[in-house]
Design a protein around this ligand. Structure first.
Ligand code: SF4
Ligand code: SF4
Length: 80
């Protein structure tokens, strides 16, 4: 599997939570904000985006972000 470092730009995050829903689908095949390994806090003037230790760097959150707040960096090939 490929792993991606995720580059974050909170300044353009809209707080749409698509990334969180995409991540929860990866982990549990359910759409659930509580099941995501990426956390978006949109309560402040600028969104805060953090990752939990359970993030497997799959890149699905970045694929789901329409606004450029998440971007996949060069993949690293790793053993399955
Ligand atoms: S890269 Fe991490 S936070 Fe993003 S979808 Fe994959 S497991 Fe979730
Ligand atoms: S990082 Fe992207 S997908 Fe996630 S809440 Fe912000 S704009 Fe939406």
């Amino acid at each position: 599997m490929k792993r991606f470092k995720i580059k974050v730009d909170p300044a353009v995050c809209t707080g749409c939570m698509r990334c969180m829903l995409a991540c929860s689908w990866v982990h549990s095949k359910r759409f659930s904000l509580s099941g995501a390994m990426i956390m978006v806090d949109a309560s402040g003037a600028e969104c805060s985006i953090t990752f939990a230790d359970g993030c497997i760097q799959c890149g699905s959150c970045a694929d789901a972000c329409f606004y450029g707040a998440l971007a996949k960096q060069a993949p690293e090939e790793v053993m399955p």
